[in-house]
Design a protein around this ligand. Structure first.
Ligand code: PDD
Length: 287
């Protein structure tokens, strides 16, 4: 059975799923997106992702394309039609289709909505987490509103390609003061020499990761100390552990930075525990 994609009210075979060339997402990256992890056919961390979607749209004055209940139905129906149980659900909402003009189109222009579903091999993901991954660092060069989850991801795509060419899985952006902001598609964390979990403050120019927030809560509940405080790549190299979080990676240990080992160079127990706790919570919260 081929892949099915939702585009503006219709479920279509993937190869026939197209958007107009004057979609503002295509022309101006004038669109936002969300990604949900899918466990057993259900959307993980639903509230966090719906809340952030609402916020991203609100910050850009794009109308919510439909009610949350209707959107949930569309997402779940796309999942069902694809018969995918373990994977990722991608939603994109653009400001719609209009003759090219930088300023907004006429009020009432309907937002354009696309939903795709992809499969994740959970066994392969677990094997990768058991080994840990490498990251590389790169100067922060993104705009000042990384808190909005827009499809304007060119710096992220270039950074990710650089990582891949270096044999790494993620790139960490480093700001002018020398602090890590976040990854190209994940949030960045360390467990410092005092055993304190550190990740960048949500008010910094980063995406407020839904996984990040869940992990902050889970870690505190587990009695770990969490500080939303920046760290440098040098501090990360000297840390006990490092890891990244995101809907795609969940909690994934980082064992090298720019080719140098973090701590022992092996995944540590805290990241492994947080990964287990996060997956349990994601499954319990899924709808
Ligand atoms: N990326 N930071 C950036 C820049 C991201 O793109 C993402 C998610 C995150 C983690 O956010 P969350 O925990 O809500 O997934 C942080 C998604 C998965 C993507 O672009 O595919």
């Amino acid at each position: 059975m081929g892949k099915i994609t939702y585009v503006n009210g219709r479920f279509l075979p993937h190869g026939q799923a197209v958007v107009h060339i004057e979609d503002r997402g295509y022309q101006f990256a004038d669109a936002v997106y969300e990604v949900w992890a899918l466990f057993d056919g259900k959307l993980a961390d639903p509230d966090g992702h719906f809340e952030r979607l609402k916020r991203s749209l609100g910050e850009l004055s794009i109308d919510m394309p439909m009610s949350r209940a209707a959107l949930t139905m569309v997402l779940k129906e796309t999942v069902r039609r694809n018969r995918i149980h373990e994977g990722l659900v991608y939603l994109q909402v653009s400001r719609g289709v209009a003759t090219r003009d930088h300023a907004f189109p006429t009020p009432g222009t309907p937002p354009a909505v696309v939903v795709t579903v992809s499969r994740v091999d959970r066994a392969a993901a677990e094997a990768r987490a058991a080994k840990g991954v490498g990251v590389v660092t790169t100067p922060e060069n993104r705009w000042g509103r990384c808190d909005i989850k827009t499809v304007g991801l060119l710096p992220n795509a270039l950074a990710k390609q650089m990582a891949r060419e270096a044999g790494a899985v993620e790139a960490w952006f480093v700001d002018e003061l020398g602090f890590v902001t976040e990854g190209a598609s994940s949030n960045a964390w360390i467990i410092d020499g005092d055993g304190v979990l550190r990740t960048r403050d949500a008010n910094a120019n980063i995406l407020r990761g839904v996984t990040r927030l869940s992990v902050v809560e889970l870690a505190r509940k587990a009695g770990l100390k969490v500080e939303e405080r920046p760290f440098t790549p040098a501090e990360a190299l000297a840390a006990q552990e490092a890891f990244i979080t995101g809907a795609g990676t969940l909690v994934l240990p980082v064992v090298t930075i720019d080719g140098k080992p973090v701590g022992s160079g092996k995944p540590g127990p805290v990241a492994a525990r947080l990964r287990r706790l996060y997956i349990e919570r994601a499954k319990a919260s899924a709808i």
